[in-house]
Design a binder for this molecule. Sequence first.
Ligand code: PLP
Length: 406
Amino acid sequence: VTGEPRKPGSAIEEGASLLPLTAHASPSYPFGDLRRTEFPWTGETIYLNNASVGPLPERTRVALEAFNRKRAAPHQLPDRDLVATLAESRRLVAQLIGGSPEEIALTINTGYGLSLAARALPLQSGDIVIASNREFPANVYPWMLLKDIGVTLELAPTTNDGWPDEDHLIERLRDPRVRVLAVSLVQFSNGYTVDLARLSAATRAAGVYLVVDAIQAVGQIPVDLRETPVDLLACGAQKWLLSPWGSGFVYVRRELISQLVPAITGWMAFEGTDDFSRLTEYSDTLRGDARRFELITLPYQDFAGMNESLRLLLELGIPRIQRHLRSLHQPVLAWAADAGARIVSPTGDRGSGILCVAPRDLGSAFRALKAARVVCSMREGAIRLSPHAYNSQEDMGRVVEILEQG
Ligand SMILES: Cc1ncc(COP(=O)(O)O)c(C=O)c1O
């Protein structure tokens, strides 16, 4: 249901589902024609801001337009196509993170999934939720609000580097009052990637819920929840998943689904609504799968778009994207070592595609990058560079040229 026939001769013609990954592929740019076919504006602008907003690939933009054209005359979008669009979204998300479609609820952003966790997990007065004190606010405020039922959010100090202190977090799991550990898989302000396997094992052993904000991770680092079990994982698709605003998901571990009752609900969360001819035969039996957490009606067009973007990312391969992003960091790391600029991000196993650098004159370096049409962000006292699959070594070479002039 996601698209009209694509125009012959265009880079995304019908049947060309696999990218010509070998065309022009070189070790420094492994994705062939990707820049030209899916991100044609990359010749003019150096966009290194995926940790804020990911661009839409051409195939996604085309799918959105096709979907909205049908939406203008909605008889072209029968219910079965809408249902199939969302089913495909759950399937693709499950493939991406190593879950099953029954464990995926579609949401409009990350905050919905984190709020679901805060309100549906069985917490009571005296319980503690622990998180690091530099978490993004989406993973703080839903927990803070629990003070209304006597639950405390404990904000744990970070290490001297400003990264989550995993030793301390794990140590705190020994306190029987600690019931939830809430972490971002990748930190928004420095790209630190937590050791999910370690936190998973420690929370399983302590009987503590592990809730993960994964928006800065999924799409740029491999995630396989079969190997690193978590309880809930919330993710908006608007950044590294290159998808429309209004698309996202929450994963709920299978065994937990039937135990959690959502605090707010939608009419399709119930078994009784399967038969549209008898909707007023109400029954309060929630669905057995994660659709019990969905707030239908959802933005179908955005999920149709997300499906295209997820297919593209799966074709490219997340491990290949991860390797590519690491190689893109190298020229900036070499420059920083020479220039004595501080690198705020971890560069080893705990690193990610986000590279944060604090040159001596931060403000003027940031202004120079902006003036040269390099799009990036300033976060927590550093310049945050967040490249994706479409960025090239030439892009990063240009960044270094600009930084060298500063
Ligand atoms: C770690 C993290 N969580 C959540 C969000 C966004 O939350 P939402 O999708 O609810 O807007 C961001 C960035 O905007 C983020 O960096």
